[in-house]
Design a protein around this ligand. Structure first.
Ligand code: ZN
Length: 69
């Protein structure tokens, strides 16, 4: 009836259940999901800034703005 379809876990390569009862799909476990998420966050935090971050340069650093309006 309900076949438990499995795929290879993107994180560890073990069979991961693709079923409604697996909240961590397509990962096999909570741990793999968190590890993958951590990788993503780590990557996005590591994006090099080509313009560099010169001190005092750019109001983008302060959306509130230092301008008395
Ligand atoms: Zn896994």
């Amino acid at each position: 009836m309900t076949q438990a379809k499995t795929i290879d876990c993107p994180q560890c390569g073990k069979p991961a259940r693709i079923a409604a009862d697996n909240p961590y799909r397509p990962f096999c476990s909570k741990r793999c999901k968190l590890v993958d998420l951590g990788d993503w966050l780590d990557e996005s935090n590591r994006i090099p800034d080509p313009s560099g971050s010169a001190p005092g340069a750019g109001p983008a650093d302060d959306p509130e703005g230092g301008l008395p309006h």
